[in-house]
Write a protein that binds this ligand. Structure first.
Ligand code: DQA
Length: 152
């Protein structure tokens, strides 16, 4: 059976450019580059084309989400600390109607109370947290299955 190619945008927010160096006991030893390379290999086997974007700025992340209209079938986002506060990012996803899965490397619900509130999560297809970098792979597989099931 022929499976259509899916376009998935992988978006990472503030401080995730420092993965591998930043608090490895919480976030692991892999760099974002290593995670993205591994994910691209998995995506290729699934007939999914990935694009990657990372920014420390909320406005730049909003602009990137706006760009997804017509350019991506779905998105995976680790919005970092903006996941706890950014109504603007949530509005951007609502504006472009692009289904997304939210990822956090750490289990934010087992951490400080201010990390328990996830403002994008209620609008996501699903949320994965606490599985480390495997969360991106789980998100990719879950999102692809969701998008393919939804296709006419
Ligand atoms: C994070 C969790 C957030 O609370 C934190 O601000 C991050 C990383 C995670 O991947 O576990 O920057 O999104």
């Amino acid at each position: 059976m022929k499976v259509d190619t899916l376009r998935v945008a992988v978006i990472n927010g503030p401080n995730l450019n420092l993965l591998g160096v930043r608090e490895p006991a919480i976030y692991g030893n892999e760099s974002l580059d290593q995670i993205e390379t591994r994910l691209a290999g998995i995506a290729a086997e699934m007939n999914v084309t990935l694009s990657f974007f990372q920014s420390n700025g909320e406005g730049e992340l909003v602009t990137e989400v706006q760009r997804l209209r017509g350019a991506a079938d779905g998105a995976i986002i680790n919005a970092g600390a903006y996941a706890h506060s950014s109504i603007a990012l949530r509005d951007a996803f609502d504006a472009v109607s692009v289904p997304f899965v939210e990822v956090h490397l750490s289990n934010v619900h087992a951490r400080e109370p201010e990390r328990h509130r996830l403002v994008l999560a209620g609008h996501a297809v699903g949320v994965i947290c606490g599985l480390g970098s495997y969360g991106y792979e789980a998100a990719l597989r879950g999102l692809a299955s969701h998008l393919r099931a939804a296709k006419p």
